[in-house]
Write a protein that binds this ligand. Structure first.
Ligand code: H91
Length: 340
């Protein structure tokens, strides 16, 4: 297998293909130094064609977006013919499949997931990004049933900040905001809030608020802003959904209001936290373990890791940190032998 991907040999032990994301193949792999599982997104440059800029967009965004509810990028490799993105492995798959398996979620479970979605989106907006393709297929579950946002290929970082308008019509039609599909200029943050309203509706109802086989009639339904309110929805849930599915983006609830919304605080009594749990200071145990392995001083190792080159060292640091955060020993698997 690795003969097909010589660049990974010795660094990652490749296993089966676990999925595909449009123009990419995603393979399960083990990071050799830590033994931790990763998902490697492999893209062929020729097959990408004019989708190539999306890859650069996604890589640049994911390097900036380190947060507990955003799928972590560990390493980027580029060859003549391929891009590789080494990513955080999410064994429980798509939120979409989870909702389908349960038909629909009760309010308490939907609230736990929706707080995590709000946390991820508030963080990317705070960093000046709009995702623009929010949907249950792009929210994965890790082994602790925590949500991780993926696929930043359509995200935007408007020049001059989030107050500046965007124009590209993109994302999945059923989740797209009225202003986005009517070809008008729009604010990325406001379009994301609409998509989150569609997402919350899907969590609580198990089907979409606006749906139609034909795109033109789907667009008419979205622009009408009229959707069915099933009788199992509580008044509080219906109010929140109505505040998000406002056709006029200026009347739509903002992410700042959403974080403190009573529906989200119910049972928690604290607003949604969105700041990253990843510390900006380097973890001493991880630095020490890496320094010993590579035969460097701690200071040298701190300097090397602080460059954040998203090479194998960056991946090894982050995966050692993952091990520590999961309470596993902060140990690299291959200890240096005397001859090293
Ligand atoms: C919109 N859907 C079709 C897209 C599919 C793509 C494959 C996914 N997937 C599996 O199929 N099996 C398990 C599995 C486990 N860990 C993963 C970690 C990261 C990614 C990932 C991350 C980014 Cl940032 C990204 O851009 C892409 Cl494409 C994938 C996918 C994983 C995954 C599920 C969603």
């Amino acid at each position: 297998m690795s003969s097909q991907y010589p660049e990974l040999k010795g660094f990652y032990h490749l296993r089966e293909t676990i999925g595909s994301g449009g123009f990419a193949k995603v393979k399960l792999a083990y990071h050799a130094l830590t033994g931790e599982k990763v998902a490697i997104k492999i893209m062929d440059k020729r097959a990408l064609g004019d989708d190539l800029p999306r890859v650069k967009t996604e890589i640049a965004a994911m390097k900036e977006l380190c947060q507990q509810h955003i799928c972590k990028l560990f390493q980027v490799l580029e060859t003549e013919t391929r891009f590789y993105m080494v990513l955080e492995y999410c064994p429980e798959g798509e939120l979409f499949d989870y909702i389908v398996s349960k038909d629909r979620l009760d309010e308490a479970e939907a609230r736990i997931f929706f707080r995590q979605i709000v946390s991820a989106v508030a963080f990317i907006h705070y960093k000046g990004y709009a995702h623009r393709d929010l949907k249950p297929e792009n929210l994965l579950l890790d082994e602790e049933q925590n949500l991780k946002l993926i696929d930043f290929g359509l995200c935007a970082k408007p020049k001059g900040g989030m107050e500046n308008h965007l124009f590209t019509c993109c994302g999945s039609p059923a989740y797209a905001a009225p202003e986005l599909i009517s070809g008008k200029q729009y604010l990325g943050a406001e379009a994301d809030l609409w998509s989150m309203g569609v997402l919350l509706y899907a969590l609580l109802c198990g089907y979409l608020p606006f749906d139609d086989e034909k795109i033109p009639s789907l667009y008419r339904k979205i622009q009408s802003g009229k959707y069915d309110v099933p009788d199992w929805l509580s008044p509080e849930s219906s109010i929140l959904i109505a505040q998000m599915l406002q056709v006029d983006p200026k009347r739509r609830i903002s992410i700042q209001q959403l974080i403190n919304h009573p529906w989200l605080r119910k049972g928690f009594n604290i607003p949604c936290e969105f700041e990253s749990k990843y510390k900006s200071t380097l973890d001493e145990d991880c630095i020490t373990e890496l320094a010993v392995h590579y035969g460097k001083t701690r200071t040298e190792m701190e300097e090397d890791v602080s460059k954040w080159t998203y090479d194998y060292l960056t991946a090894s640091y982050f995966l050692l940190l993952e091990k520590k955060m999961k309470g596993r020993p902060v140990r690299l698997l291959q200890r240096p032998t005397a001859t090293d």
